[in-house]
Write a protein of this length. Structure first.
Length: 366
């Protein structure tokens, strides 16, 4: 016997997508969420220490802005996270969930270091830097396009595939360090050859480079044919096929672009900042970049703000940990997690709202 539709109960609460909220209101909501998250984080820190709330905020800002060097490091690390986020952005807009940012950065860094290690002292630094650039970009692109080909041809799970590539990249770095370092220490000393010349100061190059790449990505995704194809494929693969877009080729081209930008991050890490490599060289930026990209709702210009915010919290909590004399990272990690959680929840309620059954019926009566 069929049930009458009128007898079916509506759910008590439904999640409904909001209409577009104006930017000033979005900024206000995010600001409230950030302040609320920081206040709660400060309260938790105070509970586990003899310090006060003023000490918490003072340490937080001192860690990021306490000296000229700290300020430049904040901008440099923000730019590196921004570059990593730009590498992930086109794939994410296409709904290709690239979790392999760490691996793509590592192999590109490894390619650059290999040029420095084998060619140092044999050819001029300018030639080494040029080869480092091409090797890094190609290595990053190749590492990214492998899972793209398998996705396009065999419909494999890109999340698992790109994640697996991270472990392979880490293994390759460990193997090369073992070969290069004869002492068995497992630590490769900084290489004096192939160091990229400074622009103004040693921090400025990545800041300028990744700011320009951000502007490029903003224009490219909005105006280029490939950018349009990425958006259509991300919205609906069936629609993309219907209008004549070759989805397989778009997936492969997009991941080549993503890997090439990740390659630039590796190039800068190897030639301008570290001059060496370890399995931790990527500093988990591939995963942190995911958060920066998602929080910015895939908007290249907004990613500049989210990258700065994440780096600011990270730098500030290092100083908080020292000031509050936390013996391990547990408390500081909880504090950082609370701030991120507040922002993520805020992001959800900006895009969606809860509609309760009673409230909805009252609106219908009106």
């Amino acid at each position: 016997m069929k049930k009458n539709k009128s007898n079916l109960k509506e759910p008590f609460v439904r999640i409904v997508k909001r209409d577009n909220i104006k930017l000033p209101k979005v900024i206000l909501i995010y600001s409230i969420a950030i302040v609320g998250g920081l206040l709660l984080s400060g309260l938790i820190s105070v509970l586990f220490s003899e310090k006060g709330m003023v000490d918490f905020f003072q340490s937080l800002f001192t860690g990021a802005f306490g000296s000229e060097r700290k300020f430049w490091l904040l901008l440099q690390d923000t730019s590196l996270l921004l570059g990593t986020s730009m590498a992930l952005l086109p794939a994410f807009k296409m709904k290709f969930w690239n979790l392999g940012g760490n691996g793509q950065i590592l192999v590109s860094c490894l390619a650059a270091i290999a040029c420095m290690f084998y060619l140092g002292g044999k050819v001029s630094d300018s030639v080494i830097i040029l080869l480092m650039f091409f090797a890094s970009v190609v290595a990053g692109a190749v590492w990214a396009v492998i899972p793209a080909i398998f996705k396009a041809k065999f419909n494999t799970n890109e999340s698992l595939f790109t994640l697996m590539m991270n472990y392979i990249a880490t293994g390759l770095v460990s193997l090369c360090i073992t070969i290069w370092v004869k002492s068995g220490s497992g630590v490769l000393a900084p290489i004096a050859y192939g160091n990229i010349p400074e622009i103004g100061n040693k921090y400025l190059l990545p800041i300028i480079l990744f700011a320009l790449i951000t502007v490029f990505m903003h224009i490219y995704l909005r105006s280029a044919k490939h950018g349009y194809e990425i958006s259509v494929v991300g919205e609906s693969i069936n629609t993309a096929k219907y209008v004549g877009i070759k989805v397989d080729k778009v997936i492969i081209r997009t991941m080549i672009l993503s890997g090439a930008i990740a390659g630039l991050v590796g190039f800068i890490l190897a030639g301008s900042i570290n001059h060496t490599i370890s399995t931790a060289s990527a500093n988990n930026m591939g995963f942190t970049g995911i958060m920066a990209t998602w929080l910015a709702t895939f908007n290249p210009l907004m990613i500049m703000l989210t990258s700065f915010f994440i780096t600011f919290i990270s730098k500030g909590m290092v100083e908080v940990r020292k000031t509050f004399m936390f013996t391990n990272d547990s408390i500081s990690n909880i504090v950082v997690g609370i701030v991120y959680f507040a922002v993520i929840v805020c992001s959800f309620f900006i895009n969606y709202k809860l509609v309760f059954r009673k409230k909805e019926k009252e609106e219908i009566k009106k």
